[in-house]
Design a binder for this molecule. Structure first.
Ligand code: HEM
Ligand code: HEM
Length: 167
């Protein structure tokens, strides 16, 4: 029987670091697209454009690396979804969303790198497609987390935000 009830402080920090990095990718969506297309057309890049591209490529690669490490921590020490309150289809849905995040946040850096560094332009539309799928999953995830906290009033959000994780 699994009696672990919350994420470690390290898992919490990594979760919120990824949230911040992914938010940055979306906030910089337009400038990234325009800087990337200038670079693609062989135009000289300004300092801001260079910075925006660097944040996108290195930030995205950092997300991928963090997700690999999180996956290792997650497999080594599973925490029950929804603070152990979910059963049946709801439990499977929550697990499905979490595993999809791992898959998508590896898929995005891989397709991005194949496009940017290897010049494989055919994967560009996969990167764009992944962007929308990721956004939809984030919305679902945030609504679910807030519903647990506000309506069900259980420990789900505190598992990821709590002040007294085991270590
Ligand atoms: C970029 C946005 C986000 C991503 C990619 C993301 C990703 C994830 C992943 C992969 C997990 C599963 C952790 C594991 O089992 O190892 C998780 C759990 C969790 N996240 Fe997020 N998250 C995001 C935003 C948020 C936000 C904004 C909130 C709060 C409103 C939140 C609250 C939670 C909570 C409470 C859990 C624990 C859920 C449970 O144990 O059932 N997340 N998140
Ligand atoms: C978590 C990881 C990542 C996320 C969430 C992400 C998300 C995005 C977003 C929102 C755009 C905006 C452009 C649009 O709407 O068409 C974009 C474009 C782009 N990204 Fe990423 N990205 C990630 C990682 C990477 C990495 C690691 C690279 C390369 C090293 C990369 C290369 C590109 C390229 C080349 C474009 C321009 C595509 C175009 O002009 O259509 N991405 N990405």
């Amino acid at each position: 029987m699994n009696n672990i009830t919350r994420y470690t402080r390290l898992q919490q920090k990594l979760h919120w670091a990824v949230v911040a990095l992914v938010a940055l990718q979306y906030l910089l969506q337009r400038p990234v697209k325009s800087a990337m297309s200038h670079e693609h057309d062989g135009l000289d890049l300004g300092a801001i454009e260079f910075l925006v591209i660097t944040i996108h490529t290195w930030g995205g690669a950092a997300v991928g690396a963090i997700m690999v490490y999180r996956l290792y921590l997650r497999v080594k020490r599973p925490v029950p979804v929804g603070a152990g309150t979910l059963r049946g289809a709801w439990q499977r849905l929550a697990q499905g969303v979490h595993w999809s995040f791992y898959a998508l946040l590896l898929f995005m850096p891989i397709t991005g790198m194949l496009h940017y560094y290897v010049g494989l332009h055919s994967v560009a539309h996969w990167h764009e497609w992944g962007e929308w799928l990721l956004l939809a999953l984030i919305l679902l995830h945030v609504v679910a987390a807030l519903a647990h906290h506000v309506y069900k009033k259980d420990a789900t959000l505190r598992q990821m935000w709590g002040s007294r994780p085991p270590h």
